[in-house]
Design a protein around this ligand. Structure first.
Ligand code: AMP
Ligand code: MG
Length: 418
C-alpha cells in the first residue's frame, strides 16, 4: 500500500503549509479507496444508496403504444381538409384494450394510457371533437401521430438505464420499479466514526464550569453524516489525555472513516496531533481558506482520517468542502459529487483578501424578480448562528479581492431537491 505522503507529494503544487483548496481536494481524492462489498436490498430500502449493478430492462416501458390524451383514436389518412365525420365503434380504456381493428372512416373513444387500437395512428383530443349519436366530428388541423406514446419510449428492452456508481434517488426507485424489479444490488453502507477532542468540552446533561462549552460539533456532524446515509458511530467527547485518545482512535479505526474535531491547530500543545501521527499516517495542513485553515488528513489502519478544526463553523465548512465528497467517493459514487455552483449578484459589498478561498455564509433572497445574495453578517468561525441563518455559502475564489455590490459571486445552496 502506498504511503499517503508519497501520493500527495506527486501532486503538482502540493504545499502543506499553504494548500489551495483544489489541491487539498485532489490530494484527498488521490488517496481514497472506495468500499467494494455489496448487498441486495428491496427497492425502497435502497434510497440514497449507491448502485452496484447495471439495470438492464427485460421489458419495454411502456409495453405498448398507447394514448397520451383522452379523446378519439383515428386513422390520420381519413381526415380531410374540412370537418370529418367518423363512426365511433367502441372504447379503449387504460387497462382495458379495445381488441378490434379500425377500418376506414372509424374511430375509437380512448382514455389516457389506453393501448392504441390496431389500425389507428393518431389521437384527437376530446375537447375539439364533437360526438353525437355514434358519430364523431373531427375538425381540420390535426397532426399525424399526435398524442401517441410509443412502446419503449421511456425504457427500451436490453438498453442499460442505470450503471454502477449511480446514487439511487426517488426517480431511480420509481424507474427500477417500472421494470418490475424488486431487489437491487448496492454497495454496503460506509461506516464513519467520530469524536470531539478538547478539555473544555462538556456533553449535554452536565453543568458548565467556568471556561467550559457544550460540545456542539458532534451534533452538527451527526446531522451531516445522517443526511449522507452513512452508518454512524459517535464516540463522544475525548479528553486531551494520551491513553484516552489512543483508545478512541483504536476503536474508531474499525470504521471506514474517522472524523475528529479540535486539536489540529498550528502550535496546539496537546496530544491529538502526536497521537494521529503515532497510530497511523497523518498530514497536517494549513489550507488557504477561511474558515477552516488547519486540517489533518491521513490514515489509521484501513480507516481514512479527517482531523477537522474545532471551531463549529470551520467544522461544517471543511465537512461540506472536503469530507462530504470524500465519503461519497468512498461509498462508491462515480463521477463528480460536488454540489453545483450558481452565479448571482452580491446585494452588498463583501470583504475579501486575495490568496485564500472564502466560504462566507450567505442568504439567497428574491429582490423583486431577481435572486441576489447577502451575507449573514458576523462571519467569525465560532458563530454557528451564521450557518443557521444562512441558506448558502458565498464561495469567493482564491485569487479574488473585495467584491462590489452588484458583482456576480458564486453560491452553493444548502438545500437541494434530490
Ligand atoms: P481547537 O481547534 O481545538 O483549537 O478549537 C477551536 C475552538 O473551537 C475553541 O474555541 C474550542 O473551544 C471550540 N471547539 C472545539 N471543539 C468544539 C466542540 N466540539 N463544540 C463546540 N466548540 C468546540
Ligand atoms: Mg482544542
Amino acid at each position: 500500500m502506498n504511503r499517503i505522503i508519497q501520493i500527495v507529494n506527486a501532486i503538482e503544487g502540493y504545499d502543506p503549509d499553504a494548500l489551495h483548496v483544489e489541491k487539498a481536494r485532489a490530494a484527498i481524492r488521490a488517496c481514497l479507496i472506495p468500499v467494494t462489498a455489496t448487498e441486495r436490498l428491496p427497492v425502497r430500502e435502497a434510497l440514497g444508496r449507491v448502485l452496484a449493478e447495471d439495470i438492464v430492462p427485460a421489458i419495454d416501458v411502456p409495453g405498448h403504444d398507447n394514448t397520451a390524451m383522452d379523446g378519439y383514436a383515428v386513422r390520420f389518412a381519413d381526415l380531410g381538409s374540412g370537418d370529418t365525420v367518423l363512426e365511433e365503434i367502441g372504447a379503449a380504456l387504460a387497462g382495458k384494450a379495445f381488441g378490434g381493428r379500425l377500418g376506414p372512416g372509424q374511430c375509437v373513444r380512448v382514455t389516457t394510457g389506453a393501448v392504441m387500437p390496431a389500425g389507428a395512428d393518431t389521437v384527437v383530443v376530446q375537447e375539439v371533437a364533437k360526438a353525437y349519436g355514434g358519430k364523431v366530428t373531427i375538425p381540420p388541423g390535426q397532426k399525424p401521430k399526435q398524442h401517441v406514446r410509443y412502446a419503449g419510449e421511456d425504457l427500451k428492452r436490453g438498453v442499460p438505464v442505470l450503471t454502477p456508481g449511480q446514487a439511487l434517488h426517488p426517480a431511480e426507485l420509481g424507474l427500477i420499479a417500472s421494470l418490475g424489479i424488486g431487489l437491487v444490488a448496492v454497495r454496503r453502507r460506509l461506516r464513519v466514526a467520530f469524536f470531539s477532542t478538547g478539555d473544555e468540552l462538556v456533553s449535554i446533561g452536565n453543568t458548565l464550569k467556568e471556561g467550559e462549552v457544550y460540545d456542539s460539533n458532534r451534533y452538527t456532524l451527526h446531522g451531516m453524516l445522517q443526511r449522507l446515509g452513512v452508518e454512524i458511530q459517535d464516540l463522544g467527547v475525548v479528553r486531551d489525555d494520551p491513553a484516552l485518545l489512543e483508545a478512541a482512535f483504536r476503536k474508531a479505526a474499525n470504521a471506514d472513516a474517522i472524523i475528529t474535531t479540535g486539536g489540529v491547530s498550528v502550535g496546539e500543545a496537546d496530544f491529538v496531533k502526536p497521537m494521529m501521527a503515532k497510530l497511523g499516517e497523518a498530514l497536517f495542513w494549513r489550507i488557504a481558506m477561511r474558515p477552516g485553515r488547519p486540517m489533518a488528513f491521513g490514515r489509521i489502519g484501513n480507516s481514512f482520517l479527517f482531523g477537522l478544526p474545532g471551531n463549529p463553523v470551520a467544522v461544517m465548512v471543511t465537512f461540506y468542502q472536503f469530507v462530504r465528497e470524500a465519503l461519497l467517493h468512498m461509498s462508491g459514487r462515480s463521477g463528480d459529487c460536488a454540489p453545483p455552483m450558481l452565479k448571482v449578484p452580491a446585494a452588498m459589498p463583501l470583504r475579501k483578501v486575495p490568496g485564500r478561498t472564502e466560504y462566507q455564509r450567505g442568504v439567497l433572497f428574491r429582490d423583486g424578480g431577481e435572486w441576489k445574495v447577502k451575507t449573514t453578517g458576523q462571519q467569525g468561525s465560532g458563530v454557528l448562528r451564521s450557518m443557521s441563518e444562512a441558506n448558502c455559502f458565498i464561495v469567493l475564489e482564491h485569487e479574488r479581492g473585495k467584491v462590489a455590490a452588484g458583482e456576480p459571486v458564486q453560491v452553493q445552496l444548502f438545500e437541494g431537491l434530490a
